[in-house]
Design a protein around this ligand. Sequence first.
Ligand SMILES: Cc1cc2nc3c(=O)[nH]c(=O)nc-3n(C[C@H](O)[C@H](O)[C@H](O)COP(=O)(O)OP(=O)(O)OC[C@H]3O[C@@H](n4cnc5c(N)ncnc54)[C@H](O)[C@@H]3O)c2cc1C
Length: 387
Amino acid sequence: MYDAIILGAGAAGLMCALTVGQRGRRVLLVDHADQVGKKILISGGGRCNFTNIGTDPARYLSQNPHFAKSALRRYTPRDFLDLVERHGIAWHEKTLGQLFCDGSARQIVDMLLGECAIGGVEIWLGQPATVEHADGRYRIACGNRAAEAPSLVIATGGPSIPKMGATGFAYDLARQFGLKIVEPRPALVPLTLSGEQALFKELSGVSADVIARAGKAAFREAALFTHRGLSGPAILQISSYWRHGESIAIDFLPDVRPGWLTEAKRARARTTLRKLLGEALPDRLASELAEQLALTGELHSHSDKALLAAEQRLAAWSFTPNGTEGYAKAEVTVGGISTAELSSQTMEARKVPGLYAIGEAVDVTGWLGGYNFQWAWASGWAAGQAL
Ligand SMILES: Cc1cc2nc3c(=O)[nH]c(=O)nc-3n(C[C@H](O)[C@H](O)[C@H](O)COP(=O)(O)OP(=O)(O)OC[C@H]3O[C@@H](n4cnc5c(N)ncnc54)[C@H](O)[C@@H]3O)c2cc1C
């Protein structure tokens, strides 16, 4: 008999468990994996990008953009940083507000486990759980063990990276209780190209600082050509906004002003487009773009109209991906348990008393750069205050 059972000992489940435990409740934390926090351990290249000081609800995707506001306001990056500092974990800001451990992601997992121990959290690992609900009580069976509580928290994440034990279990369980799911799709994921655009695969390994756009979303970061398509932070970011059949636009020269190419024609008539591009871009990319624009010869030999057209194409080079690298390579999942089903204050299901959902299982997905962990901490903490 427990006060709360939490399914999933990832970022959100651990935060929720330690919060509830330290409020004096009896908590059971259950995971089918043989260790807790596996995604934390591999995150941020092993150094865990544990939060972002630029956290803002506008940096999250959800069918209801207001849903995340309450939890994010009540548990902030500063709150998590206080915890990190109390544990003496050294950290640094890398870029764009992203905070990483100086040492290893293992320190974050050990910190969370230490806090769970202070809260007397019991942890069962290595067995899948089945769930039943009757008489207002949740009963779970895990191998030959069973437990029961008046509250159950779904913290089993999304299906990204199945080889690490990620599953769609949260959605199955939510459906079992009649909760709606916003169609999930892989996000923060490389995009694949085919046909003519696959010509760019010759550039595999080349990266450049670009602006990637999809609809109203725009990200200025590095893009990387791969042998299957496009990757790098700018592309991962834009992938969360991209839908099948749509195009994305890449600005290969984010720092030039409109009219730069005709101005260059007046100032340096005898230079070539290939040479100009080579001054701003990696050599192989400059050659490929110049070739595809088919403007060989010195600038004076081209009309202003042709140069303006080239300039516009370089500022919004259109790619129509034929897909993504899928859940196998996706850092997160967009979509999930509909926020319309949950209280934004407590994460409790409106029509199923005692049932909660937190973390990536919910239809709230952050940008790349520590935003997803911040949502896991904040939603776990919000539920933890209510249980
Ligand atoms: C390679 C990689 C790197 C990342 N790096 C970062 C980063 O640096 N910063 C950042 O903010 N985000 C990062 N993310 C995203 C971040 O890891 C997730 O958003 C975050 O872990 C979500 O937390 P969660 O607790 O909701 O889910 P998870 O951390 O995925 O935890 C879910 C838990 O549920 C368990 N589980 C699943 N199915 C079942 C089941 N049927 N029964 C019992 N248990 C189950 C899993 O074993 C897991 O322990 C990264 C993701 C990946 C894949």
